[in-house]
Design a protein around this ligand. Sequence first.
Ligand code: UD1
Length: 341
Amino acid sequence: MKILVTGGLGFIGSHTVVALQNKDYEVVVIDNLSNSSLKVLEGITNITSKTPEFHKLDLRDKSSLLDFFAKHQDISGIIHFAASKAVGESVENPLLYYENNLAALTYLLQNLVNLTEQNIIFSSSCTVYGEASELPISESAPVKKAISPYGNTKQVGEEIISDTCAAYDNLKAISLRYFNPIGSHPTNEIGELPIGTPQNLVPFITQTAIGKRKELSVFGDDYPTQDGTCIRDYIHVMDLAEAHVVALERIMSSKTEENFEVFNVGTGIGSSVLEVVKAFENASGENLNYKIVGRRPGDVIAAYADTKKANMTLGWKAKRSLEEALKDAWEWEKSQAKARV
Ligand code: UD1
């Protein structure tokens, strides 16, 4: 079966292409290479001994997209990653985010509703819950007003898909609300490639340990948590990638109960920033240089997933530990440093 992966050369996209090819799906990748490179295609090929069909295409280019679907009527499922994801950049340039994340999604859906039977897996985020009043966070927790345009594109993206599924019976969708994806493929062939200074914790940690950054700033140690630092649910990117395959198979085998379903994708385990630092030191054998600084505006205190729905309904469970994810992230960082010399 042929599966289309948009943004298939990005961090989560590329790992999902590997997970699909591991299960013998034929994969077609669309990517505009705005935040990825063709080297990722090589990495995927090295891991799976298969090169996915690749199209350099920007989803905002309506006519090229129309042309693509005219030539690819045999696609059985779509996993849609292509989007911008930097919170700070979205505050500075909201229109880029609304165009890239929402106009592009609309164009994609316009093509899908014209096909006989179609399905889409949407890349959403736990950011839709904001500061949840109950932990762990279940799918029935209220969606709170987004604090950034990026977060808003995830909320509105879900609404656009849900409204479209309600209007067109031939379209089914699953939205996966990711917690914090980290790590990389254990072969070191693909991994996270942050542009410039990483905003996310784990790439900042590995870049500090390798000597690219002087020290990690821990944003705040006065939160109402066990050690005062924020709590998140860090999930290995391969576990997350496999959740996409399971979600797609749920729709393709007509197991969905509603045309639009939502699942949290996390481990269910909350770890504080300082616990992640300790776990990294254990996994890598390195001492990490860090200092406590003030809080980062916009950070929620704690977010970790209630995984019951994903475990029981989707039949998926994260298998890899935090240490394993951090070890893979560290090996990836070292392999990148080696490649640079
Ligand atoms: C962030 C985004 C979220 C997005 C997700 C994608 C914000 C406010 N949220 O989530 O919308 O979906 O990335 O992966 O930007 N930390 C430090 N020092 C650092 C970096 C982070 O102490 O240099 C702390 C943060 O304060 C936070 C934790 O580490 O408590 C995780 O941060 P991060 O990796 O940026 O993820 P989120 O903020 O959860």
